[in-house]
Design a binder for this molecule. Sequence first.
Ligand code: NAP
Length: 256
Amino acid sequence: MDIRVDGKVALVTGASRGIGEATAAELLASGAAGVTITSRKEPNIAEAASRLNDDRVLPLAARADSEADAESAVAATVERFGRLDILVNNAGTNPAAGNLADVDLGAVGKTWEVNQLGPLLWARAAWRHSMAANGGAIVNVASVGGMRVGPVIGAYNVSKAALIHMTYHLANEMAPAVRVNAVAPSVVRTRLSAALWQGIEEHTAKSHPLQRIGEPEDVARAIVFLASDAASWITGVVLPVDGGVTGAAASPGLGG
Ligand SMILES: NC(=O)c1ccc[n+]([C@@H]2O[C@H](COP(=O)([O-])OP(=O)(O)OC[C@H]3O[C@@H](n4cnc5c(N)ncnc54)[C@H](OP(=O)(O)O)[C@@H]3O)[C@@H](O)[C@H]2O)c1
């Protein structure tokens, strides 16, 4: 079955590279009528827009942890394309490496604001500006680290666990108008997770039953499926996109 999003309008946060940019490309290839892409830095998002090279793309600089930026980006999307059908809460950060007992609290706060509060701000803006009246689908990008304990990235994993639980809450509160789901990737070849694969890729790949790390497109395809009408009876689920690690025997050390 061909997964299509023909005529739908989407917004992807954190789309200047990695999983977000791949998701924007996949949405365009699957027939989206318009795709707003956002990230913090204007030059980065402008470069992504020129790589995507499609007049259905609206690039905007917007911080994931800013209510004002979420409101104005969603409003600009509705103004340009008429509505918002799909929100992909993809932006994420991981500046807080270390054990929770002594990791820098400023970094913990930033991680939780971007990864945990941010998706709520964008979901609320999408709900108010379009989805409460017109319906829609939200996909949150969580992590396998949100489902189990891993070393060094506790603050990040806690934020992803919260995002997973928020997915369940929003799915209940926004039904039946809006479906809310999440994907939980393992290690994917992006800048964010470079410490988990760069120079050690063979080792990391072997920890996955499918014997490779993920590519941004692996996650993008799962996101587009959950956002599409092919998933019209699916809400409040977390789909691992993880080369099999969630179902495998314990393999400590994997996060992402
Ligand atoms: N890669 C993995 O192994 C992996 C595994 C599990 C989950 N994930 C999740 O996947 C999502 C995408 O990450 P990625 O791996 O694709 O990383 P990435 O390649 O580093 O991309 C991160 C994106 O988020 C943007 N961003 C960062 N902080 C932001 C902020 N405060 N406000 C707005 N945009 C911000 C970045 O753009 P600017 O720098 O231009 O702002 C960039 O576009 C994240 O939620 C991450 O936690 C990744």
